[in-house]
Design a protein. Structure first.
Ligand code: ADP
Ligand code: MG
Length: 259
């Protein structure tokens, strides 16, 4: 197994609020790792630190031999880490296709276009083909000419995944990808993610949907108040005392939903 990402003893506080405390884990190539935990336990913050949206206070994050916790966000994207957001915002004046194409341009950089017009054109043709393919995979072809802001919450999530995939990342981090996605699309999304992992892409997925976690993830880590309290297979979660305790504060409804 090849370790792609290594998170070692990272800490993050917002003022006096210690949101991540000595969090350590690693992600293997082609692995689908579930990230669980009750609301406010620090899951989105953890994704923000890895993707460079939030600076860490302590610890290190490395990709292979390269330390990435001190890199700006765009360099982390270039290094091969892409992400989606829990509540995606989409522009009103761009179509779905334009949004995906813009995500592709970001990865080529301006130089490609400036140094050689022909290579710029080739890159655009390749992007267009890739965008069409992603639209199909994520069932967005029908809505490709609509304003991106007009999509449903679930479709915006799928568009977020398409944008993230335009850069051919080696690590894809998804923040609650199933929330708001139509039940009919969910199975398709599961299959899409499995096929990405079979291509060697590693996935770190925040999700509450246990069916999704059980079918998709080989391993899960569970955060409780900023600390990792469990690292186990999905079928071991329901027996794990620390996991059950983590969810107790959220009431039995949340507990059932989670395990
Ligand atoms: P989760 O995704 O597990 O629900 P979050 O990572 O969103 O949890 O939030 C964990 C804690 O960090 C919460 O107490 C939240 O208020 C706090 N937090 C997150 N982002 C910020 C921020 N930018 N500024 C201040 N506090 C934040
Ligand atoms: Mg969150």
């Amino acid at each position: 197994m090849t370790t792609l990402l290594n998170v070692a003893a990272i800490g993050k506080a917002f003022g006096g609020n210690r949101v991540l405390e000595s969090v350590s884990f690693s992600l293997q190539q082609g692995e689908i790792l579930g990230l669980l935990g009750p609301n406010g336990s620090g899951k989105s913050t953890l994704l923000n630190t890895i993707s460079g949206f939030t600076a860490i206070d302590s610890g290190t994050i490395t990709m292979g031999e390269q330390r990435i916790d001190n890199l700006p966000t765009h360099r982390i994207i270039e290094a091969g880490i892409a992400r989606t957001f829990q509540l995606p915002m989409m522009p009103e004046k761009m179509t779905v296709l334009e949004v995906i194409m813009a995500a592709g341009t970001r990865h080529h950089g301006l130089w490609n276009g400036l140094l050689s017009l022909s290579s710029g054109r080739r890159a655009e043709q390749e992007d267009r083909a890739r965008a069409q393919q992603l639209l199909e995979t994520l069932l967005l072809t029908r809505v490709k000419d609509l304003p991106a802001a007009a999509l449903s919450g679930g479709q915006k999530k799928l568009l977020g995944i398409a944008c993230a995939m335009m850069g051919n990342p080696s690590i894809l981090m998804l923040d609650e990808p199933m929330a708001g996605v139509h039940p009919q699309l969910r199975q398709e999304l599961v299959e899409t993610l499995v096929s990405l992992s079979q291509q060697g892409i590693s996935l770190l997925v925040i999700e509450h949907d246990m069916h999704f976690i059980n079918t998709l993830c080989q391993r899960c880590i569970v955060l409780d108040r900023g600390k990792i309290v469990a690292s186990c297979r999905p079928d071991e979660l329901a027996e794990n005392q620390q996991v059950l305790e983590a969810y107790l504060g959220q009431g039995t409804h949340r507990l059932r939903e989670a395990v």
